[in-house]
Design a protein around this ligand. Structure first.
Ligand SMILES: [Zn+2]
Length: 282
């Protein structure tokens, strides 16, 4: 309980500082062996068990259960946000270049890209106002297959995207469609906007606003075929459907959030791939 209460202090300071560096820090605030969530969950589970035991015995519900629940909810809500970013500036503020030190996770990510023989250039950290920030990001230059419309993307997203393209999309094209992948088409990465296409999420910043999401719209094969999400998702060609289902399933194992035409009409023509650890696959 003391532990949970300690973290309420941290969580409540979140909107003011916008900066939580618990657990491993860097791009994966909730990951790592010593992540706070890993530590809080057992406590929370114990409290819940206590509560069930107490209610079975007719004992009154104790307020600390509510406090613990709220603390955990706030903590989980804070986890979606990358943590190497400064507090958001007002909407409409002039874009500024930030002088942030490169976080250790970002440095490790750059090293991973280099090891995978990806050509990229690190981008300066920029704050566009209204919570739209591009930090720890890269411009991918050559990942082995051309990708259209890629702008800055957070390094962790770039790393996962490269792995998905190389180890899921290219092999699936060869195995299911019998032709090599020669181009990936995207609708882009960074866009300073809210989530679209959902009645409940319209006031929430999109993963694109922090360059942490990419929208993939199609694939061109060596035999000249162009497979688009729009035409292919419910195509009469079973192989095309199987290809798109296979790369969607692989994306769900690699990215935090994957949205397809099955999710809503706003995603009829692309796959939304986001590196947010949300484990949301539609
Ligand atoms: Zn998207």
């Amino acid at each position: 309980m003391r532990f949970a209460a300690t973290h309420i202090g941290i969580v409540l300071s979140y909107p003011g500082t916008g900066h939580i560096a618990f657990g491993g820090g860097g791009d994966k605030p909730c990951g790592g062996d010593a992540g706070v969530v890993d530590m809080v969950f057992p406590i929370f589970r114990r409290l819940l068990r206590d509560r069930e035991t107490a209610s079975e015995a007719g004992a009154p519900f104790r307020p600390q259960h509510i406090v613990a629940t709220v603390a955990l909810a706030l903590l989980l809500a804070a986890c979606g946000r990358g943590d190497d970013r400064p507090p958001p500036r007002p909407v409409g503020a002039k874009p500024v270049t930030l002088n942030l030190p490169t976080s250790r996770d970002t440095q490790a990510c750059f090293a991973d890209l280099s090891r995978e023989q990806v050509r990229y250039s690190p981008l300066p950290d920029r704050d566009y106002g209204g919570g739209c920030q591009v930090t720890g990001s890269v411009q991918l230059i050559d990942i082995g297959v051309p990708v259209t419309n890629l702008k800055g993307m957070r390094c962790g997203l770039a790393r996962t995207f490269v792995a998905w393209t190389r180890h899921a999309v290219a092999p699936a094209a060869r195995q299911i469609l019998g032709s090599d992948l020669v181009r990936v088409e995207s609708f882009g990465t960074y866009a300073c906007r809210n989530v679209i296409g959902s009645a409940t999420a319209g006031n929430r910043l999109s993963g694109h606003a922090i360059a942490n999401a990419v929208d993939i719209s199609g694939f061109v094969l060596a035999d000249g075929r162009r497979i688009t999400v729009l035409d292919g998702w419910r195509s009469g060609d079973a192989d095309v459907r199987e290809f798109l289902q296979a790369i969607h399933a692989s994306a769900c194992k690699r990215f935090g959030t994957v949205l397809s035409p099955d999710y809503n009409a706003a995603h009829a023509n692309h796959l939304h791939l986001e590196d947010d650890h949300a484990r949301f696959c539609r």
